[in-house]
Design a protein around this ligand. Structure first.
Ligand SMILES: O=c1ccn([C@@H]2O[C@H](COP(=O)(O)OP(=O)(O)O[C@H]3O[C@H](CO)[C@@H](O)[C@H](O)[C@H]3O)[C@@H](O)[C@H]2O)c(=O)[nH]1
Ligand SMILES: [Mn+2]
Length: 758
């Protein structure tokens, strides 16, 4: 089954053909396919069972509505299960051999590399984190003068620019230090926090680092750059663009500042440095800015005028490089002449540091970032995840075949060769022009060119469109994570991030290029359905809500709705449950997950179902009706000490009162009550275990999953406990539901939805 790819050498003709990368199919492929066939039969049987039930309850009674609800839920679950199989049919593992690279491509022939780093708010995304990311990339083991780093500051903040200036100065010491020590941790923040070797030189660098940190943090605290920190003329001129009053975050001219120039700037040992350019695009309240996709398109254009490197690495400000050899790994694919012409991007998995032992909020999203891409890689390549991705610049200008989309001016074309100095007047003028907020009007940017607009998950949508155009991608998943970023450490942040993704997914699901029709037509059913699966995620809220409330309310009313233990259909339910959960656990653990992490993962799926998925759907449809609008709520990367202590102990962080917590608290209460009432009925003998078993099992399972919620409601007194208000509201609505006061329930729901949206 092993397929190996040889690279034809084009630079050293006498050298033997050398291996740059290999590909191996997963051994469990046959098993996965066989299991899928068996499970499909079981699902068909279940749908048949539902159909029978529906036919038998011919009257429009409550049992008809209950049967219909389960039929619809299970049909949707079946669709999601089936489309998920697209990720499991063709799992492949790749390996690359960067040590062979230089034997087939001489160092001077390495392509230039443009790195895009996005940040948007110095108070939610600490500038020290940003510059650590910047410095780690500057210190890549790659010809330094070929690297250009563009920092996009959507916060338009002089604090961020100041931090970048400090980073430029510190880099003159940091880069030679990294080279000399050959260390692997090149983010100074991480390096100094880890156990590093001690010597007088390290000591000196550490002092420099600490004093830079003190200056940056002081400026941040004061909210402006004090006079005492500006001692050079260029700095003064650059910072003077922030004129009092007229320069605000949402309203300001473009600011482009060259902080280091690779042809001139030298480090303390006389080596050339990379280009470092600060870019804050023009913002006007009247022009839409398209969030991160808009920022990246500005960087695509600004970089085209200055360096126009054929390869682009995109990073979020918190995603620091954890391995200086990463670009070489990406080059193993991007310089392979056999696949090069079609290769749109090389995606690295998104991974995180500081996630607690059992990842209580399942923020690693192991399936999205680590396992599913392995399956897509065996088809056309992984989806794009926004960060840690090396792009072929040409991919942003139409498909890989000859029919390229050309930008409106030739200077932006990927074939354009920059022949002027980046500090020269014409280049700077053009760069400012293409960073203007009205520049994109009447152009193809965001539609046929660059990062695509129209979804809050611009990464997913852009990757999807590129794939449909014919671009292929590869998944590069080295043992040592290439990039590590911050994951949210409090529940509300995790849920809000997920809600944004859900809205983004629906925007893709219902756009002109929807995966289920356009995708299936362009790249075939497997890939089309895989993307559909992602874009439909939020609809999971329907079956999850039904299973969280209906069997329990039925139980409270003494109704039996599932097959009895003695009926053969009962075993179908058992098989379906154990099969789905078993397969899920197996896939999770075989890719390096642990059982407690998996447990938390399935718990968070239910929690998100009743919060992020539900509210995401609601917001999406309300916006469609013109009642609400979306924003890109940034995920905070700042941590409060107490919060982080609780997080490390594995305690759920509620703390703030939010409507998102209401449905899940209600579910926790109702499941608990119904489980005990069921137990009581059985003990009293008024109902048999036989009939209620499945309902009690579901309630019991939900109770087990809700333990942290009960704890947060009644046992805890710290700041992360469930707010009293949320507990009260949830209990009230739960009681209304339990006592069957439907009209009150509906009106309460309407009122709380209204309040939630205000
Ligand atoms: O108007 C904006 C909003 C965000 N960002 C940047 O976008 C990045 C991602 O924002 P974050 O708050 O960290 O969102 P996450 O949900 O953690 O990000 C994931 O989801 C995003 C799509 O929603 C992708 O863009 C990211 O790459 C992916 O890591 C950050 O660097 C921001 O600075 C901007 O540049 N401009
Ligand atoms: Mn992030």
């Amino acid at each position: 089954m092993e397929e190996q790819r040889l690279r034809s050498s084009n630079s050293i003709s006498s050298a033997p053909p050398l291996l740059l990368h290999t590909l191996k199919h997963a051994r469990r492929t046959a098993f996965n396919r066989a299991f899928a066939a068996v499970y499909t039969c079981a699902i068909s049987a279940l749908l048949y069972y539902h159909a029978l039930k529906l036919i038998h309850s011919a009257t429009l009674s409550s049992s008809f509505f209950i049967s219909l609800s389960f039929f619809l839920s299970d049909a949707f679950l079946a669709f999601m299960w089936a489309s998920r199989q697209c990720f499991l049919m063709t799992i492949v593992y790749r390996e690359e051999y960067p040590e062979n690279l230089e034997r087939v491509l001489r160092k001077p022939d390495f392509p230039a590399l443009d790195v895009f780093i996005c940040t948007a708010d110095p108070y939610k995304e600490p500038p020290m984190r940003l510059i650590s990311t910047v410095l780690a990339v500057m210190a890549y083991e790659y010809p330094t003068e070929k690297i250009s780093i563009y920092v996009s500051d959507d916060g338009g903040s002089q604090l961020t620019m100041f931090a970048c200036m400090e980073a430029a100065k510190f880099a003159t010491h940091w880069l030679p230090f990294c080279r000399k020590k050959k260390m692997i941790n090149r983010s100074p923040e991480v390096y100094f926090a880890s156990n590093h070797s001690w010597c007088s030189e390290t000591e000196k660098i550490k002092i420099l680092y600490e004093s830079m940190k003190a200056r940056v943090e002081n400026v941040l605290e004061r909210g402006k750059v004090g006079e005492e920190y500006i001692n050079e003329e260029p700095q003064c001129r650059a910072l003077s663009k922030w004129t009092d009053g007229s320069f605000t975050r949402q309203d300001h001219p473009p600011v482009i500042q060259i902080l280091l120039e690779s042809s001139k700037s030298k480090d303390t040992t006389g080596h050339l440095m990379p280009n470092l350019i600060y870019v804050s695009r023009e913002k006007r309240r009247t022009s839409p800015h398209n969030f991160k996709a808009g920022a990246l398109n500005v960087l695509l254009r600004v970089s085209a005028t200055m360096s126009n490197a054929p390869i682009i690495l995109t990073l979020d400000c918190d995603m620091y490089s954890n391995d200086p050899q990463t670009p070489l790994r990406a080059l193993c694919y991007l310089s392979d002449s056999e696949i090069q012409s079609q290769l749109g991007y090389v995606q690295f998995p998104q991974m995180f540091h500081g996630v607690n032992k059992n990842d209580i909020y399942a923020c690693e999203y192991k399936r999205i970032f680590q396992t599913n891409p392995l399956g897509l890689d065996g088809l056309v390549g992984p989806n794009h995840v926004g960060t840690g991705c090396f792009f072929n610049r040409r991919a942003f200008f139409g498909g890989p075949s000859a029919t390229n989309v050309s930008p409106e001016i030739p200077e932006l074309s990927p074939n354009h060769i920059v022949d002027k100095n980046i500090q020269s007047q014409p280049i700077l003028e053009l760069a400012h022009k293409v960073a203007g907020c009205d520049y994109e009007n009447k152009t193809q940017w965001g539609f046929e060119m660059g990062f695509r607009y129209g979804s809050l998950i611009e990464d997913f949508y852009t990757g999807f469109r590129l794939t449909c155009e014919g671009w292929r991608s590869t998944f590069c998943n080295p043992k040592r994570p290439a990039f590590l970023g911050d994951a949210p450490i409090c529940l509300i942040d995790a849920l809000q991030q997920c809600q944004r993704w859900m809205i983004g997914g629906l925007q893709v699901a219902f756009c002109k290029f929807r995966p289920i029709t356009f995708g299936v037509r362009s790249v075939g059913p497997l890939v089309g359905l895989a993307y559909t699966n992602y874009s439909f995620w939020s609809f999971w809220f329907v079956p999850l809500t039904i299973y969280a409330f209906l069997p329990q309310l039925a139980l409270l009313n003494g109704l039996t709705i599932f097959p009895k233990v003695s009926e053969p259909w009962f075993f179908l339910y058992v098989f379906l449950f154990l099969g789905a959960y078993g397969q899920d656990l197996f896939e999770f653990v075989i890719e390096g997950g642990t059982v407690p992490k998996w447990w938390n993962n399935q718990r968070m799926w239910m929690i998100r179902g009743l919060s992020s998925f539900m509210f995401g759907c609601l917001e999406f449809f309300l916006t469609r009706l013109g009642i609400s609008t979306y924003g890109f709520g940034l995920t905070s990367k700042v941590v409060d000490d107490e919060q982080s202590k609780r997080y490390d102990q594995g305690k759920f962080e509620f703390g703030v009162s939010s409507p998102m917590f209401v449905p899940l608290t209600m579910a926790a209460i109702i499941n608990l009550v119904s489980f005990f009432m069921g137990l009581l009925q059985v003990i009293r003998g008024s109902s048999s275990v036989e009939g209620l078993f499945l309902q009690m099992f579901i309630a019991g399972f939900a109770v087990l999953n809700s333990l942290p919620i009960y704890e947060a409601m009644v046992l805890r007194s710290d700041k992360g406990r469930m707010p009293f208000k949320t507990t009260m509201i949830s209990t009230l609505i739960a009681l209304l539901l339990i006592f069957g006061a439907w009209p009150y329930f509906v009106s309460c729901l309407a009122i709380s939805t209204f309040l939630a949206l205000k």
